[in-house]
Structures are given as C-alpha cells and as structure tokens.
Design a protein around this ligand. Structure first.
Ligand code: ATP
Ligand code: MG
Length: 653
C-alpha cells in the first residue's frame, strides 16, 4: 500500500472512531451553564403543563392566564385568557429595567458598513413605526407583508406590527415577484414594507422594483412603505407608496402596545417549500413567546455578556424565533449580517467573528459543508478564540461535518447544539442542552424538556431502539395553530397519519443511548430490495470520502430492484470527476453501509438544486432521475442549476 493510501485509510479509521464517540461539554462549560443537571427533564415529565406555566412566568403579562392548556385535538390553546404583547417583551421591559443602553444589534453590511443599535434605539423607532403603520389604516388582525434585506429595519418592522397586533408575514428577500405575490395574495396583506434594494455580492437587488411587480397584481395592498437602504433610483407610486424615514419622522413617539390575547396571531410564515407548495403557518403570541424565550436560554446557554450570531435570514423561522422574538426577549447582543460567507473572500464569517468577538454561532450544515470544501486556511487565518458554543439547524448534519465544525471552528472546546425543529414547531424541539447533554456527531440527541417526541413504527408502536417515524405526542406551547385559510389541510397534513400525534414528516432512529438521529423526510426514504434506507445515511457515507464535498441521494424507480439509488455528488476542489472515482465512491458506500446501499448511479455536478434557505430539493432530483417534467420550482434558489443537471443527466443515461 502506498503512503498516500495508507494515510487515507488511517484518516478514515480515525473519523470512524470519532463519529461513534460521545462528546461532553468541558467541566468549565458545565460549571457556568444555565442548565446544569438532568432535573429539568424530570420536572417537565412530571407535569408538563405546570412546567410550561413556570416558563411563561418569565415573560411580562398584562393579565395572567386562567388555564395553561385547552386541548381539543388538533387545536391547542395555551395560556387561556392571558394578555401580553410580544414587542413589549422584546423591548419595553428591558428599557424599564434600565437596560436600554445595552447593544441589541451590531449590523454589518456587505461592504463593511456598520451600525450599532441599542435596545433604546430600537424601542424608539418601533414605537414610531407602529404609529406610522396605524396611521395608514392598519389595525389589529390586519396582515402586513415584510419583504426586506437583512437590515435592522426588518426586525423593527416585525416588532412594530406585533406592537399594534397586526399580523406580519415576512417573505425572504431572495424570493421572486411571483413568490411574493402568491404569499401576499394568500395572506391578503394590506401593507407591504420593503426597501429600495438589498445587497448581493457587490450588486444591488432591486427589491422595490420586484415588489412593484407583485403588488400590481395584489388588490388587497393599499400602501407600500420603503426603507432607503441602497439609495438606488426607484419609482414611487402616488398615493400608494411612502418612505419609511418620512413616515417615522412624522410619527408620535409612543405607541401603547396592544393587549393581545395569548392566542391572538403573531405571524404567518410560509414554509421553505422543500416538499411542495409552501404552507402559511400560523403562530400565536403567548405560547410561542414562552417557548422561544425558554429554549433560547437553555439551548444557547445565553449570558448577559454573550455576542450571539445567527446567520439565518429573518425571512425564515430561525430568524423569527432566534434573531427576533426569542433573542430580543432575552435581551441579547447580536450580530446581524447582510451578506454572503464568500464575499469579498471566503473568510467573511471568520472575519466577523474575530471583529465582534462572537461567542455563540448558529448556522446551517449546508454552510459548514461549503466551508469544508473551501479549506481550513480560511478559518485558520482568523482569531476564533471568542467562540464558546456552536449550533446548527435546517438539515441533518453529517458526522464528518460535525467533527470538522467541532475541531476547526470550535477548537475542540465549544459544545455543538444540533437543533431539530420546523417552521411548524416554532421552537427548537430536539437538541442537546449544552451544559447537561452528551453530544454525538450527527445526532440531535434528545427532545428538550416539555417536548414529548418519540419514534414509532408504521403500525404506530413506540420504538425504544430503532428507526421509524418521528412524532410528537402532546401539544407544546409554540406549536402551529393551523395553516392560514386552510384548517383542513392543517388537520390532514399533520394530524391524520396517527390518530392522536403530530406528524412532522421526518423519519428518525433512536439509538441505544436514547439519542435521536434525524433521517430526513420520510418521503425521501428509499425502499431498496425490501430494505428502508435513509437518504441521509448514504449521503453521510459519501461525504465521508475525502474527495466528496456534498452529496444528495434519491431513490429512483428501477425495473429490477424496485428502487435504485442515484447519488448527485459535488467533489472537493482538486478532484477530477472520473469513472474510477465513481467506482471508488460506490464501493465506499457499500463498505460503510452494506452492498444494499451501493448507488447504481453517481452523477458528478458542480451544484445541487437548493431552496432559498439552502436545503437540497430531493423531489426535483427524483424528477430528474425518473425522467419527469420538473415539479414546482418557485422556491428554488437558482433554476439554472436544476436545468443544467437535468440536461447532464439525460445526456449520461
Ligand atoms: P416545506 O415544509 O415547505 O417542504 P421545509 O420543511 O424545508 O419546507 P422548514 O420548516 O424550514 O421548511 O424546515 C424544517 C425541516 O428541516 C424539518 O422538518 C427537517 O426535515 C429539517 N431539519 C431542520 N433542522 C434539522 C436538524 N437539526 N436535523 C435534521 N433535520 C432538520
Ligand atoms: Mg416542512
């Protein structure tokens, strides 16, 4: 065996050992953690309602609730009769407690522009904006669409809506006019808050121009308010459009927060559309605020001095819960960044961490895999010593990426919280609590206290060790209250598969230590020659090979096997897409999982079709693999990727 081969083999053995290793937080981390021992799980299990009631008390209520839970499947009411306001909890109470001078948002623009906003600053402008929005005739219960770049005004607009009881629906600023139109029409929004433009790799995205195309087809919209951000030329429509800064300039200083019922709607958010047409998920006020505030403290172990950075966009649920509501209600200092990780160079994230001395980083596996592909020299060139905790969300993280994140970014001293949750769940559901839980690369470990998650078989039997369907057996405070305008779809999608449990659509496996391994969507699970194989397992095995940066696997119909496995593979820089490598990779999967999982086809590609939130759209890959016309592509980040892939696939087969 040549030296290079030997080294590769040894490296593979090392990773294998590490993948199966259990990691623990350092004694130092444990000593200072917000949650230090197991008792929190036991307390929750003993009396779930009393437990959540205790955490609801961490919020400021105008009126306390009469009853914690009213549950008539599939409809839950939490904190019945309670009155509160989300913006009051994110702002007023900090200002009243004398913490108005604390920095809330450290904003950085793509070209390095900086802004620093304190809680006082945000409080003042939210009050003014709330008054300005009211003046436009927007009242409690009306819908407001927010179509913004990653600037503080996005959070400010959300909080101003919450203050007056208007329901916001944030549409990610990367969506097209058509997608924006569909969401505005579905929500019947009266007002759209947008900006003249946003930044993307040195170019200005003409947000207002895109919004105009959408709004022209939406009769419900009476006004469009525009934040001047990029100072690009735009057309303002007389009588409909107004400038944000002018509206604020003319507004009164104080706006009394609306006393919202715990069950009044806080927002509607459309899911990212990985599986099909997006659903308008409804979240209400009391239960949602309770869960996001508590989970933020437990999972991110938040401390007064932390500098927290969640790299998600406010347009996704991660941004709603852990940039805006859960983060601000806890009074954090956080970094907000309008830009991409590779502009102007591939070290942008690490530069930001170094500059602001970020202590907690929360990002997505898709980003981590890109960083791995770019190489360690980028993070190694920056000082990351301020970091003390790392998190991931959005997709399962393969063990290889987990270990890389742990070593290269966390320098083996930062616990990693792999957080499983959904737009629908509102808050993190399965994740380590870093001062208490063990960690396993690739596993989100166990359900948080107060979350009654389990895995069941196709027959509905609970699994103590083994694979099946993930379900949530009891209601939890931040759970969705329905799908906007379609409660039948709500009941059918989430509550019909099992009689009395919530079905998130994901598969999972519980191991001998009781740890949960998320396997991806059950629709993606492949039945090959009578065996269930998770796409995630095969993808992990592929990414484990030193030449592979990212992989997406789908099952396609096969006359002989029933289902054959097709793998779409992105190679790390410096590797050639050759036939020998294809065979090596097939064998590598067979070695790691078994011959049954050996892919029939490997298609090398430079990119994979992803949603705008960075998730792989496997259903489109299945369409390609089975030679069908492509399904709904409106939530795709870049339609050219999938077209090119389809052409390549058709050529090669
Ligand atoms: P749609 O429901 O419209 O198809 P989506 O499911 O991608 O879109 P989100 O609510 O943003 O929309 O994503 C939630 C899903 O993301 C989960 O159901 C799960 O499949 C996946 N996910 C999120 N976090 C994790 C994680 N830590 N581990 C594994 N999977 C995760
Ligand atoms: Mg989903």
């Amino acid at each position: 065996m040549c030296a290079e081969q030997k080294e590769k083999k040894e490296a593979a053995v090392r990773t294998l050992l590490e993948e199966n290793r259990i990691f623990y937080p350092s004694p130092e981390f444990k000593k200072n953690a917000n949650v230090k021992d197991e008792s929190i799980y036991q307390e929750a299990a003993k009396d779930r309602e009393a437990f959540w009631g205790k955490y609801a008390n961490d919020l400021d209520w105008f009126k306390k609730w009469d009853k914690v839970l009213d549950w008539k499947l599939p409809f839950a009411k939490w904190f019945v009769g309670g009155k509160l306001n989300a913006s009051y909890n994110c702002l007023d109470r900090h200002v009243k407690a004398g913490k108005g001078g604390k920095t809330a948002i450290l904003w950085e623009g793509e070209e390095g522009e900086e802004r620093k906003l304190t809680y006082d600053d945000i409080y003042k402008v939210v009050n003014k904006l709330a008054n300005a929005v009211k003046k436009l005739g927007v009242a409690k219960g009306d819908r407001v669409a927010i179509y913004m770049p990653m600037i503080p005004e996005a959070a400010i607009a959300m909080l101003a809506c919450a203050r007056i009881g208007a329901i916001h629906t944030v549409v990610f600023g990367g969506f097209s006019a058509d997608s924006l139109k569909d969401r505005i029409l579905d929500a019947q929004a009266k007002l759209v808050i947008t900006a003249d433009g946003g930044s993307r790799r040195g170019k200005a995205i003409p947000l207002k121009e895109i919004a105009d195309v959408a709004v022209d087809q939406c009769p419900s919209v009476k006004h469009v308010m525009v934040v001047k951000h990029k100072s690009i030329d735009i057309k303002m429509k007389d009588g409909r459009d107004l400038w944000y800064h002018e509206a604020i300039g003319a507004a009164e200083d104080y706006c009394k927060p609306e006393e919202m019922d715990a069950e009044d709607i806080l927002y509607i958010l459309y899911t990212s559309g990985t599986t099909g047409a997006p659903k308008g998920i409804i979240h209400t006020t009391g239960g949602y605020m309770t869960s996001v505030t508590a989970t933020m403290k437990w999972v991110f172990d938040l401390k007064e001095k932390d500098v927290y950075w969640c790299t998600a966009d406010v347009g996704w649920v991660t941004g709603h819960s852990y940039i805006v509501y859960g983060a601000l209600s806890n009074g954090v200092t956080q970094v907000m960044f309008e830009g991409t990780p590779d502009y102007p160079e591939r070290n942008r994230f690490w530069k930001i961490i170094e500059k602001y001395k970020v202590t907690i980083l929360y990002t997505a596996p898709t980003a981590i895999r890109a960083f791995m592909k770019w190489g360690v020299e980028w993070p190694n060139g920056c000082d990351l010593s301020s970091l003390r905790l790392l998190g991931t969300v959005g997709e399962p993280i393969n063990p290889e990426a987990w270990i890389w994140y742990y070593k290269v970014i966390g320098k083996q001293k930062c616990p990693i919280v792999d957080t499983w949750w959904q737009t629908e769940t509102g808050c993190i559901m399965i994740s380590p609590i870093p001062g208490v839980s063990m960690m396993k690369p690739g596993s989100a470990t166990r359900p948080l206290p107060g979350i009654d998650a389990t895995v069941i078989t196709a027959e509905g039997k609970a699994v103590t060790e083994g694979g099946g369907y993930l379900t949530i057996k009891s209601p939890w405070p931040a759970m969705l209250r329905g799908i906007w305008g379609n409660q039948q779809r709500y009941a059918d999608t989430y509550w019909s598969k099992w009689k009395d449990s919530y079905f998130p659509g994901d598969g999972a496996r519980i191991d001998k230590d009781g740890c949960f391994w998320l396997l991806g969507r059950v629709d993606d699970i492949m039945l090959v020659a009578g065996h269930n194989i998770g796409t995630m397992e095969v993808e992990s095995a592929l990414v484990d090979h030193p030449s592979v940066a990212e992989a997406a696997v789908v099952g396609i119909k096969d006359e002989i096997k029933g289902t054959a496995i097709a793998a779409f593979v992105i190679l790390k820089e410096g590797n050639e897409p050759k036939k020998e490598l294809e065979d090596t990779l097939k064998q590598h999967v067979a070695d790691k999982i078994g011959a049954i999982a050996r892919p029939s086809k490997i298609i090398f590609t430079a990119e994979l079709p992803k949603t705008r939130s960075g998730k792989i759209m496997r259903r489109l890959l299945r369409d390609i693999g089975e030679g069908r016309a492509l399904g709904d592509v409106t939530t795709l980040a870049d339609a050219n990727v999938v077209k090119a892939l389809k052409d390549k696939y058709d050529d090669e087969t």
